[in-house]
Write a protein of this length. Structure first.
Length: 486
């Protein structure tokens, strides 16, 4: 599955490069806004209900009530999806002006509704397979979806180089991505077991509704955080106040986040991989070991992602010149700000595992809400005078709030987070000075970590070895210590 995850990210990155190559700045901006709508709109439309499959599908399967559970939740989700689509079609000018900054025709809005339904169905399918503990099928679904989107998207762009071609490809690939789940969905043994307890809708909704509401709320916060810079840049970022200029700025923003987005997806993948190992120690009452690892991971994560960011800054100019003929020069210029945010986000995602282990998800929701508020305020202040650079600066400040807020809350909950951790987190700021200064400072920190105990103690290095070496061995990399290669 690790290979599949890496393959998906590689395919996705290549696809994004091709999309940027074929589309103009304004067209790319329109596609970025459409994809943002799908990310934000799909979970909201279905009221967060499919997100409960991961927690409750196996429970109701053991009760012999999986069919009733899934059918009722999907029926309500479908009602929410239809309601949102009808609102969009009833008010096409208002809806399209909000999403894209300019009115769109009815066919475009209809395609948008079809895409919304397709991705909502795909997300529900992956959540159901997760709930039934069919992890390999989930991985296959994502891989098939990624391959299908790449193939259909590139074919559509070659025939019709327009952002609306990507909407059609997006909807098609989401449906194709469901194919690996069909053997399970069509397997009658999952749905025809005799109930061993009486099914009560009242009890079911009493248990499901609060959980779904939490998922809905958390998704709303995190997804809004991801798209708020785009929406505010669209409506406030252009000095000429034309929709085309705002859409072009979104295209520049999207291009500037290509490489940072790849690093962000890697950080999300490794955060998920590490969680089961941390949970094992937590449930074994070795909680101080979890805290010690997370404390050490602040240093290691920062160093790794700053190093990767330096590599991204080295290859980006050639990549942008070769593939894009410098049409995204503004995006390239602001990329360091996006990379700083990604470095902080990578560390924050890993630290968030502490709250999942401690079952304090609501604390994370409050931190995310605070970060969203900071993001909105910072963008409102910085976008009018600074435009694109102001949007990325606002996102960077909000990500910093999330990270430093997470550390402070962990300290109040009893996690021993050293004050020195704050110093190493300043390392990503060197990226704003360019490749050479960042490389010099980064090299000094790496040498200090590997050759001395100034930044990481010997105990912390051994602990990191005990966590990372088994993961590397599963990937076919065999080392006695991760420090022997430095």
């Amino acid at each position: 599955m690790l290979v599949a995850n890496v393959l998906q990210r590689g395919i996705g990155f290549a696809r994004n490069l091709a999309i940027c190559h074929y589309l103009s700045q304004q067209q790319l901006g329109m596609w970025a806004l459409a994809s943002s709508f799908f990310v934000m709109g799909a979970p909201l439309a279905v009221l967060g209900l499919p997100g409960t499959f991961g927690r409750f599908a196996e429970t109701y399967r053991n009760y012999g009530q999986l069919k009733q559970f899934v059918v009722r939740l999907m029926a309500v989700s479908l009602c929410g999806l239809i309601a949102m689509s009808l609102c969009m079609m009833a008010m096409p000018i208002a809806s399209s002006s909000f999403i894209f900054g300019a009115p769109q025709d009815m066919l475009t809005m209809l395609a948008l509704c079809v895409g919304l339904g397709s991705i909502a169905l795909f997300n529900a399918g992956t959540e159901l397979m997760n709930g039934l503990r069919r992890a390999k099928i989930v991985s296959s679904m994502h891989t098939v979806n990624s391959l299908a989107l790449t193939a259909t998207g590139l074919a559509a762009l070659i025939v019709w180089p327009d952002w609306r071609a990507m909407i059609l490809a997006f909807a098609t690939s989401a449906l194709i991505g469901l194919i690996p789940s069909l053997p399970v969905i069509l397997d009658r043994s999952y749905w025809t077991t005799s109930p061993n307890v009486d099914f009560s809708q009242t009890k079911m909704w009493g248990r499901i509704a609060p959980y779904a509401a939490n998922i809905w709320f958390f998704n709303a916060i995190t997804n809004t955080f991801d798209i708020v810079d785009r929406m505010m840049l669209l409506h406030w970022g252009s000095a000429t106040q034309t929709s085309e200029a705002g859409q072009s700025l979104i295209g520049q923003l999207h291009s500037g986040k290509l490489l940072p987005a790849l690093l962000a997806s890697v950080s999300l993948m490794f955060s998920g991989i590490l969680l089961p190992y941390l949970v094992r120690d937590w449930e074994s009452n070795r909680r101080q070991r979890v805290v010690q690892f997370l404390r050490s991971s602040i240093t290691v994560g920062t160093i790794l992602f700053v190093g990767a960011s330096i590599g991204a800054m080295l290859v980006a100019p050639t990549l942008f010149q070769w593939l894009f003929a410098s049409k995204y020069a503004e995006g390239l210029a602001v990329m360091p700000l996006a990379l700083i945010a990604v470095c902080w986000m990578a560390v924050a995602l890993n630290l968030h595992n502490y709250f999942w282990c401690a079952e304090r998800g609501r604390v994370l929701a409050l931190i995310a809400l605070g970060s969203l508020i900071v993001n909105i305020i910072a963008n409102a202040m910085l976008i009018p005078p600074m435009g694109l650079r102001g949007a990325l600066t606002g996102s960077m400040l909000a990500t910093g709030f999330d990270l430093f807020g997470t550390i402070l809350v962990m300290r109040t909950l009893g996690a021993d987070m050293r004050r020195g951790s704050f110093l190493i987190l300043l390392l990503p700021l060197t990226l704003a000075g360019g490749v050479l200064p960042a490389t010099l400072v980064w090299s000094g920190v790496v040498i200090a970590c590997s050759r001395t105990d100034w930044i990481l103690s010997s105990d912390e290095k051994r602990l990191l070895d005990s966590v990372f070496l088994p993961i590397l061995q599963k990937a076919g990399v065999r080392l006695q210590s991760i420090w022997q290669t430095i």
